[in-house]
Design a protein around this ligand. Structure first.
Ligand code: GLC
Length: 741
């Protein structure tokens, strides 16, 4: 009878208007889960809602309470582990779970595979600058295959947090400042990880994080307050999360920050009303590290028990690490503060994902593959080299690049031979010994005898005699390649900076080298946009290499030699100075726009001693060739609502190199119900043209893509006039317009 009631309750749940619609696969998984739940004790259900780490795992947060992992597994008090570093340990704990615990429910193992597992791709902000959606998806697929072979079922990725503030070190993990580009990338990463068959031993579960709006902390300080209107959230921050969910992501991670005054992990509007009722999410939510308990520090929970109560009732399924769920869950149910049906629903969603991963069929299939066969495949390393090259952005070139054969190169700087730093933050299982450093890449390409290496300085400290050694190398060389920027320790979580310029000892190196009169190419290694006024001023060329991953050095050699033509375009504006942060191209006009007015009229929205514009705008990137954009046409100057606007532009490669570029379509809603951005990216196409070649690019713009959040929170398109611009960056000048009737 109980079983019938459970299924009836489930069907009732599904049938009511606000419950998400379940696919057949989900219904099958839920039915399986319900059969298990019917046999489980309350403590065992709570165990499925608890995730721990182990003493030998990576620690990615404040030290948690050390627990006897095996005992917790055997007692059914844990359902998942994160950050375990060996297949052996995962399989050992899995064996304990399926053979020694009463219910024999398999564990799910998660890890932060953010930009690669063994093969490390560029940090995501860099990869985003490739604007190559297919490549980003394929890179995620490679990462998934390597992760599954390691024994992981689940990655805490994609990070979908839009951010326009380079003071926040986690911009390195996301896709930059733009919701449209960010949404395309988030969906691609989910497809790459999950593929078409979640139960395959070559795919892993994705995790949409950090829900939500974690990328907008006040003052760029990590974990800081996030406060914005629902309209701003829906227009600028929600799209990438939404796109990742629509791509089928089966898990979500709650963010550390408070959101509209309530910490995300206890925020029912976020975790249930928006995520499930509106967006139809049917998987499970894991908290970020200790984030359930951190409601106490936020001052919205009196203690761990109160925190657990709020999170459970907010519809947060799994408590990462701290332990409030397993510690207080039974008491909360006994006191009627959390219903057992709530626990059942939270447990159902976790078990359903384990079922869809195939863990009940074969708990050990992940990690059984031959590592030697899966890891570091040559074709995958070559792919990482291409992605790294396409991620790099040429911001300046006086003509010194590409370098000719036989050029004698002084290679200087702390990032020139830095196999660990080039892997960036969240480097998974990347092994520095497998890195191709910039030094190695250049020696391979130009000949060891032509590379004169001198470290010159450390990241934030001079090296005794370093400048002298660098000057000695420079004097013997035809050109200086100066590889400077930030270490991997200054990228990612808890790395907020108030100064985003290149550290002083490295600038001293540049200033000294400038005195030699030799041409200088700055190679900027970083996980964030930076204030690079001095570097631009004193260099003859500047290439942003990001933290380019395992194959960074080979990619740099490909580009500086001209074997490959730079094609990256900024996914994040480079500010004129940190005082402009946060800054992005899609800001609003204000009531007193400066609009480039040069004279210093007082009463305008401007700074007294700095421009409004960034040093380099979103979408910007140079090539060794020149691309012309011309003949912009709106083929449908007037459309009905729900029609599609057709736009075309002619692109010409009028230089002497074959190359790729990214045609970008920006739109402005001229008069709207709310203040709208000056420009918004609404389409792009990466294309290849041989020298002298010309082609027409067509954009199809459904009127639905012009929708925005109105004051009543409806999301719709208004009739009216829209301006468009098409070009190779967000300052595109080729202009036209259309009308939606
Ligand atoms: C960290 C990060 C999150 C990561 C998690 C597990 O604190 O905020 O992005 O996935 O903990 O390592």
């Amino acid at each position: 009878m109980k079983k019938l009631l459970t299924i009836a309750a489930l069907l009732a749940l599904v049938s009511c208007s606000t419950a998400p619609k379940l696919s057949e696969a989900e219904q099958e998984a839920y039915k399986f889960a319900d059969k298990l739940i019917a046999k489980m004790t309350l403590r065992e259900k709570l165990g499925q809602l608890q995730q721990f780490t182990t003493s030998s795992a990576d620690i990615t947060g404040p030290d948690g309470v050390q627990r006897d992992a095996e005992a917790c597994v055997r007692n059914g008090e844990v359902g998942s582990f994160l950050s375990i570093r060996t297949t052996e340990e995962m399989h050992h704990l899995q064996k304990v779970a399926v053979e020694q615990s009463r219910m024999g429910i398999p564990l799910i193992f998660g890890y932060d595979i953010i930009h690669g597992c063994r093969i490390i791709f560029p940090e995501n902000l860099g990869a985003a600058c490739s604007w190559n959606i297919e490549a980003i998806e394929h890179a995620a697929r490679i990462a998934a295959e390597e992760s599954a072979a390691f024994g992981f079922h689940w990655t805490f990725s994609p990070m979908c947090d839009i951010s326009a503030d380079a003071r926040w070190g986690r911009v390195s993990e996301g896709a930059g400042e733009d919701p449209y580009l960010g949404a395309k990338i988030a969906a691609a990463i989910v497809r790459g990880y999950q593929g078409d068959d979640l139960a395959s031993d070559k795919t892993i579960a994705a995790c949409v994080k950090h829900f939500a709006a974690y990328g907008a902390p006040q003052a760029g300080r990590d974990y800081h307050t996030v406060d914005m209107s629902e309209m701003m959230f829906r227009d600028r921050y929600l799209p990438p999360y939404k796109a990742a969910l629509e791509a089928g992501a089966v898990t979500v991670m709650s963010s550390f920050n408070d959101f509209m005054g309530v910490p995300a992990s206890g925020n029912r509007w976020l975790m249930h009303t928006l995520l499930r009722e509106e967006l139809g999410f049917t998987g499970f939510v894991v908290s970020d590290y200790n984030a359930v308990h951190e409601q106490v520090a936020h001052g919205t929970a009196a203690d761990g028990k109160d925190a657990a109560q709020q999170a459970m009732n907010a519809h947060l399924n799994m408590d990462m690490v701290y332990g409030d769920y397993i510690n207080h869950g039974e008491q909360l149910v006994a006191e009627g503060k959390v219903s057992e049906s709530t626990i059942d629903q939270l447990c159902r969603e976790v078990l359903a994902v384990k079922y869809r991963l195939g863990l009940f069929d074969d708990p050990f299939k992940y990690g059984r593959q031959d590592h030697a066969e899966v890891m570091y495949r040559p074709e995958n390393l070559q792919y990482a080299r291409q992605v790294a090259a396409q991620s790099m952005v040429l911001l300046k070139n006086s003509g010194v690049l590409p370098l000719k054969e036989g050029t004698k190169i002084a290679l200087v700087g702390p990032l020139a031979d830095a196999p660990r730093d080039q892997l960036g933050a969240w480097r998974g299982f990347g092994e520095p010994e497998h890195s191709v450093t910039i030094r190695e890449g250049l020696e391979e390409r130009f000949g060891r005898q032509n590379i004169l290496y001198a470290k010159g300085s450390d990241f934030r400290a001079p090296i005794k005699g370093g400048i002298t050694e660098a000057l000695r190398a420079a004097r013997k060389a035809d050109v200086v390649l100066l590889s400077i920027g930030l270490s991997c320790k200054e990228s990612g979580e808890a790395t907020s900076l108030t100064d985003i310029s290149v550290p002083e000892p490295q600038q001293a190196l540049l200033d000294a080298l400038k005195g030699t009169g030799k041409p200088i190419v700055v190679l900027l290694g970083t996980g964030r946009a930076m204030d690079i006024r001095n570097e631009v001023d004193k260099s003859d060329a500047l290439l942003v290499t990001w933290h380019g991953g395992t194959m960074e050095g080979a990619a740099v050699a490909d580009l500086v030699s001209g074997d490959a033509n730079p094609s990256g375009h900024l996914a994040m504006s480079f500010p004129y100075c940190v005082g402009q942060s946060p800054i992005h191209y899609s800001m609003k006009t204000t009531g007193r726009p400066r609009n480039g007015i040069e004279h210093n009229e007082k009463y305008l929205s401007r700074y007294m001693h700095a421009p409004n514009e960034p040093l380099f705008p979103f979408g910007y990137g140079l090539s060794y060739t020149e691309f012309d954009y011309s003949d912009l046409q709106v083929l449908t100057p007037e459309v009905e609502m729900d029609d599609t606007v057709k736009i075309c532009v002619t692109v010409t490669n009028r230089g002497k190199y074959d190359g790729d570029d990214v045609a970008q379509l920006y739109v402005r809603d001229v008069v709207a119900q709310t203040t709208r951005p000056m420009r918004e990216l609404k389409g792009f196409e990466r294309f290849s043209l041989k020298a002298g070649e010309q082609r027409t690019i067509t954009f199809e713009l459904p009127t639905s893509s012009l929708a925005y959040c109105h004051t009543d929170h409806s999301f719709k398109t208004d009739p009216g006039t829209f301006k468009i611009w098409v070009g190779a960056d967000s300052n595109a000048t080729l202009e036209a317009e259309f009308t939606v009737k």
